[in-house]
Design a binder for this molecule. Structure first.
Ligand SMILES: Cc1cc2nc3c(=O)[nH]c(=O)nc-3n(C[C@H](O)[C@H](O)[C@H](O)COP(=O)(O)O)c2cc1C
Length: 169
């Protein structure tokens, strides 16, 4: 479980490329996530073209690191033929966390950038990549080799005040 404790949001990367095998491993981890009724509503748009990464970084004031990342994955919800459509955001969240943890496992760094349910951000991405109406952008995860060694590091966040046993009090 070390990778769970070590995972941090990494927003600065070196220029070193990330291999296609590593990208595939992160995507495979993302696809291992649990989903409601095993509906697997996710799709993944992998962006490595520098000009597209720069365009994508303008989606919000908090996404500038995308421009300098080795790559970024736009996590998408495919709304066609879902058994439990109201569960799809939970499914995607599990998938994103798996991706982030595999990045740590591979010695890489990544960060979750929220898109849905903010319509302005969703439409920006829909326009940029000409996505059909049935496909909803959920979040972006830029990734790369961490700029500083040890950026993925343990911070103790256990807070007993958040935990209740048997009764909420
Ligand atoms: C739903 C969601 C949206 C987020 N959006 C952004 C974002 O737009 N920009 C950013 O730099 N970090 C974003 N983050 C990362 C959080 O800021 C980060 O997880 C939090 O500060 C805790 O730090 P840690 O990930 O290093 O533990 C987001 C995280 C989540 C889960």
């Amino acid at each position: 479980m070390d990778i769970v404790n070590k995972r941090r949001s990494i927003r600065k990367y070196t220029d070193k490329a990330v291999g296609q095998d590593e990208i595939k491993e992160m995507l495979a981890a993302a696809m291992q996530a649990p989903s409601a009724g095993n509906q697997q509503p996710w799709q993944f748009l992998v962006i490595q073209d520098r000009s597209s990464l720069k365009d994508l970084s303008r989606v919000s004031p908090y996404a500038s690191m995308v421009a300098d990342a080795a790559g970024a994955v736009v996590f998408l919800i495919d709304h066609s033929n879902l058994k439990f459509p109201e569960m799809s955001q939970q499914d995607l969240a599990a998938s994103v966390e798996n991706f982030l943890l595999k990045a740590v496992d591979l010695g890489l760094g990544a960060v979750w950038l929220g898109i849905a349910p903010l319509k302005e951000r969703e439409e920006f991405i829909r326009d940029l990549f000409k996505l059909p109406e049935t496909v909803q952008p959920f979040c972006i995860v830029p990734f790369g080799h961490p700029h500083d060694e040890g950026q993925n590091r343990y911070i103790d966040r256990y807070n007993p005040e958040k935990v209740f046993f048997e009764e909420y009090n």
